[in-house]
Design a protein around this ligand. Structure first.
Ligand SMILES: NC(=O)c1ccc[n+]([C@@H]2O[C@H](COP(=O)([O-])OP(=O)(O)OC[C@H]3O[C@@H](n4cnc5c(N)ncnc54)[C@H](OP(=O)(O)O)[C@@H]3O)[C@@H](O)[C@H]2O)c1
Length: 307
């Protein structure tokens, strides 16, 4: 997604200057044009001009863009980078879920004490503007619950299984189609959905919920019975009562007439319910790296005061 993000700066002539960059093997701490950065990266790795841990301190950026692959349990390497950025007085635009789903309160404390902010639209549905809709709805109603199909891969796998495939075969088909990750366990186990659920619930209800608070049942060969007009979807659901928020991820049979039952392919969608708004659905959005990068770009421009 890093490549897609830099390509967007170049193609759209976004007036951002890139103060430095790092990948898993190298780092530079000098201003570079988007095309120059793409060329540096085209050989595989960035040149190791500086210690990656020093890039933020040396360049003092306004916004740090975090598009790193990330461990779901520890949140690393994004977590350390995010704290480093926030404590140095830089805002963060991130597409990684784990730090937010595990350390929400601490990250926001760090942001507030430095007077900066965190943009995370790309972390909860890539191009699906679920975070923006959650924020908008929080202003207009006491939303009581929401449910969503938040991982496109699982819908593909469940459709294959509806045709008789085993979970193993369905996952192999998703990998062959370039839809599932080489290690699909985070998606198939329900943890990708769970992390997005936490991020959306914290956004909507100003909570500090954690991934450990989600009751997660991932996909297995033992799926719920499907009736004639039903489809199985991996559903993430958040329900707020007077004193608690209940978070649940599980495969469920839902009618094809249900707004989430109509989602196909890799479409994602979230259905919010509130006493005044009734039902509000946000659905679709490209699942591509470019779609997610565009979402992160929106955050960067907002954090930089350019939108
Ligand atoms: N792809 C999507 O559509 C999408 C959508 C929403 C959210 N996300 C999230 O966005 C993040 C990036 O996704 P992706 O698909 O672009 O992943 P990716 O293709 O695996 O790329 C990850 C990048 O992180 C870099 N990296 C890994 N460890 C690093 C370290 N210690 N220091 C510096 N850089 C490091 C890698 O460097 P190298 O180039 O050297 O390997 C690589 O450039 C992930 O957290 C993912 O969950 C992705």
């Amino acid at each position: 997604m890093g490549k897609a993000f830099v390509e967007l700066i170049h193609e759209r002539r976004v007036p951002l200057s890139i103060a430095g960059a790092a990948d898993s093997r190298g780092a530079i701490a000098r201003e570079v044009e988007p095309r120059g950065l793409l060329e540096l990266k085209s050989s595989g790795a960035l040149p190791a001009e500086v210690d990656p841990a020093e890039v933020i301190a040396r360049t003092a950026p306004d916004v740090v863009v975090d598009l790193m692959s990330c461990d779901l349990d520890t949140g690393e390497p994004s977590l350390t980078t995010m704290f480093q950025a926030l404590e140095s007085g830089a805002s963060v635009a991130t597409a990684t879920k784990a730090p937010l789903a595990r350390h929400w309160a601490k990250l926001w404390e760090a942001a507030q004490s430095s007077g900066v902010s965190i943009g995370y639209a790309g972390a909860a549905g890539a191009a699906l503007p679920a975070v923006a809709v959650a924020r908008a709805l929080a202003r207009v109603d006491t939303v009581g619950s929401f449910e969503g199909v938040l991982t496109g891969t699982t819908t593909f796998v469940l459709e294959e299984m509806s045709g008789g495939a085993t979970l193993e075969d369905a996952v192999a088909a998703a990998q062959a189609a370039g839809i599932a990750e080489p290690d699909p366990s985070v998606d198939i186990g329900g943890w990708d959905t769970a992390a997005k659920l936490v991020i959306l619930a914290n956004t909507l209800w100003d909570e500090t919920l954690d991934l450990d608070q989600v009751h997660v049942t991932g996909l297995s060969d033992d799926l719920p019975e499907r009736d004639r007009d039903g489809r199985i979807r991996l559903i993430g659901e958040a329900v707020r009562s007077t004193d608690a928020v209940r978070l649940n991820v599980e495969p469920r049979t839902i009618p094809t007439s249900h707004p989430l039952g109509r989602l196909a392919g890799r479409d994602k969608g979230v259905l919010f319910r509130g006493p005044a708004i009734g039902e509000v659905m946000v659905a679709g959005g490209s699942s591509s790296p470019r779609g997610a990068a565009a979402s992160v770009m929106g955050d960067v421009l907002e954090l930089g005061g350019m939108r």
